[in-house]
Design a protein around this ligand. Structure first.
Ligand SMILES: Nc1ncnc2c1ncn2[C@@H]1O[C@H](COP(=O)(O)OP(=O)(O)O)[C@@H](O)[C@H]1O
Ligand SMILES: [Mg+2]
Length: 338
């Protein structure tokens, strides 16, 4: 079993800290066609989903950066290979699928090939399967289109398949599923929503104490308090902190800096206007008017109303802010430096 401070996503229920409620909700809805797991970055979506799959016949695929059909099928074959212990029976005698010495091979082009949809249809015939797709909103065309069509078909026709999508809130819903877009094949479909909540202060402290005990390190309690104040109930940051401390970084300030600079790297990809909006909010702007004043002053330009509204919506859809507040305090600190 891996320690709490292992930076990789957890993949078994015994490795997971808490999440009893979320797991119970997922287990309860295991026979529904579509479950969506939502939460900010580092809150533990991937860990929850992977651990949830443990007792089931399941497939986990991460779609970040999947841009070509070759990417899609490589990832599918890696996932099937990982799960071969449990999936062998389901995968036997499916056209286009070969269980080789080094894993599961998928032929996706030409004679005797199989598409993602075709594979789901075959698997559906063999028995129950949970198909978990992580960060699906990060897939690019043509992969995104192929996924969307296949999942809409599975939703309507493949009763043995439960689809679990995980990712950051609105971006996943609006962007990929198109729940508000009548043109989207997934428009109007009912789904179960599981929100991965942040740890309370008590849970965060407990998480750190357990993690340090596993590593045989005992930091002064002031250090734990300081870390919990700053890292705000987000397990990914608590793990970063615990790992760094155990590895010998005894200066909490230095670990905070490391986290802030990771967040700053991510924010660096935004446009100048988007950055100015985040800085405005980090500096205390609490309304549309206050943000506008700050941004116009800073950039020295007049910004059309609709443009500013669109920028705020985009930042919300990326799960960085909501209602003029940061969802993660580390990003607020980073935004102050933009
Ligand atoms: N419930 C949990 N128990 C133990 N570690 C966790 C838990 N949730 C998240 N982590 C750890 O936090 C980090 C981020 O988790 P991850 O599942 O990758 O988050 P997300 O997918 O939401 O970005 C990883 O190091 C993971 O091991
Ligand atoms: Mg993840």
């Amino acid at each position: 079993m891996r320690n709490l401070f292992d930076p990789r996503p957890k993949s078994s229920r015994s490795e997971l800290y808490d999440r009893a409620e979320e797991l119970a909700l997922l287990d309860e809805h295991i026979d529904k066609p579509l479950i969506v797991v939502l939460g900010v970055r580092r809150i533990g979506k991937t860990s929850l989903v992977k651990s949830f799959l443990e007792p089931y016949n399941g497939l986990y695929v991460d779609m970040r950066g999947a841009a070509t059909r070759a990417d899609l099928y490589r990832r599918l074959s890696e996932s099937l290979s990982e799960g071969i212990g449990k999936l062998r029976r389901l995968l036997e005698s499916i056209r286009g699928v070969r269980i080789g010495e080094f894993g599961v091979e998928i032929k996706w082009k030409g004679a005797d090939s199989v598409s993602f949809l075709g594979l789901l249809e075959e698997l559906n015939r063999k028995g129950r399967l949970v198909v978990a797709i992580d960060e699906i909103q990060e897939a690019k065309p043509p992969v995104s289109a192929e996924l969307r069509t296949a999942l809409a078909y599975a939703y309507d026709h493949l009763d043995n398949i439960t689809i679990v999508l995980s990712g950051s809130a609105l971006r996943l819903l609006r962007g990929f599923m198109g729940v508000e877009d009548p043109e989207s094949p997934l428009y109007g479909r009912y789904f179960v929503e599981v929100d991965v909540r942040r740890f309370t202060r008590e849970e965060s402290l407990d998480f750190l104490r357990l993690g340090f005990r596993q590593e045989g390190v005992e930091p002064p309690s002031g250090v734990l308090e300081e870390a919990v104040d700053f890292f705000d109930g987000i397990p990914g940051w608590l793990v970063l902190f615990g790992r760094a401390y155990v590895d010998g970084v005894r200066d909490v300030g230095a670990i905070k800096e490391q986290a802030v600079s990771m967040a700053l790297d991510e924010l660096g990809r935004l446009s100048a206007r988007e950055k100015a909006v985040l800085k405005a909010i980090a500096e205390g702007a609490r309304s549309w008017g206050q943000v506008r004043r700050y941004v116009e002053e800073r950039l020295g330009e007049a910004i059309p109303k609709s443009t500013l509204t669109r920028i705020i919506e985009k930042l919300e859809s990326l799960s960085i802010i909501k209602d003029y507040e940061f969802l993660d305090g580390v990003y607020r600190e980073a935004a102050k430096r933009l």
